[in-house]
Ligand binder design. Structure first.
Ligand code: SF4
Length: 277
């Protein structure tokens, strides 16, 4: 069965709609905001003017506060299930109260963009990795923060399914490894700006920041075994900014160490590490 990246059985994502582009994008704050918004939308008349007024008032509350002002935060992101556990589009025909009518043409990008946009993870991450990720992820908040990080997921996929030692790991063991990785993505210690880096702007015009301070004598950068392009991309994707190259090596070592876990005390990690490029 093909699993959807955007809407799974238990989890869903709305990262490309700007879900995390808010001044407080902690789990508690987003849960509260989406619950409140969904409850208000349930009371909103399903008319063009009613829905438009709802969106305008939600945006008015956020005016001037978006950490990335050019990245639209859609005011119609809410919870689309009764348990308040799956974020999604309140204008979607299958959202509660819409009676099958598609209202997405009202939103900022228009219905066509909403219906046809799929983030790069869709083409870069295999279904086996998505299934594992869905099994390993605790909730929507963590899921949306990792599912768009395709470089990191591609590394995990290579590590868990691509090495010749992969068959020695059980599914449960792989879940444990992915959970460690998710925890690192959520609490990555090398972020300088937690709020902005959580947003993870992954569109084509994204300009990743430097990994090291200007003028740092980056001997690591000159050693392609330690730092090839793949590691640069993964570290940037995580929102890393290091004070020095010792920190950078520690960060790479962390991810490499995942391959030693558990049931696997051989050298597969180093093989995966060295064959990344
Ligand atoms: S960021 Fe990707 S997975 Fe998430 S809702 Fe958008 S297209 Fe779907």
């Amino acid at each position: 069965m093909i699993t959807s990246f955007c809407q799974g059985h238990r989890l869903s994502c709305a990262a490309c709609c700007g879900l995390y582009n808010l001044p407080d994008n902690s789990r508690t704050a987003l849960q509260a905001l989406l619950e409140e918004r969904s409850a208000r939308f349930a009371e909103t008349p399903r008319t063009f003017s009613g829905i438009e007024a709802f969106g305008a008032s939600a945006l008015e509350r956020l005016k001037g506060s978006l950490p990335l002002p050019d990245f639209h935060h859609c005011p119609y992101i809410g919870f689309i299930d009764r348990l308040m556990a799956k974020p999604g589009c309140l204008l979607h025909p299958q959202s509660p109260g819409n009676g099958g009518r598609d209202w997405r043409d009202i939103c900022h990008y228009g219905g066509f963009a909403c219906r046809t946009y799929f983030c790069p993870s869709h083409v870069h991450i295999p279904q086996r990795m998505l299934t594992l990720l869905m099994d390993a992820t605790q909730d929507w908040y963590a899921y949306g923060l990792i599912v768009t990080r395709r470089k990191t997921l591609a590394y995990l996929d290579r590590l868990l399914f691509g090495t010749r030692y992969a068959e020695h790991r059980s599914w449960a063991a792989m879940i444990e490894i992915v959970r460690i990785a998710i925890d690192w993505v959520l609490n990555w210690p090398y972020r300088k700006d937690e709020v902005r880096d959580r947003i993870h702007y992954f569109f084509n015009d994204a300009e990743p920041g430097p990994l090291l301070p200007d003028g740092f004598p980056d001997t690591t950068m000159r050693n392609p075994i330690v730092l090839n392009d793949c590691w640069v991309e993964i570290l940037q994707e995580l929102g890393s900014t290091f004070d020095n190259d010792t920190q950078m090596i520690e960060a790479i070592g962390r991810w490499v160490s995942l391959s030693m876990l558990p049931e696997n005390d051989d050298r597969s990690g180093r093989l995966a590490f060295l064959s990344l490029s």
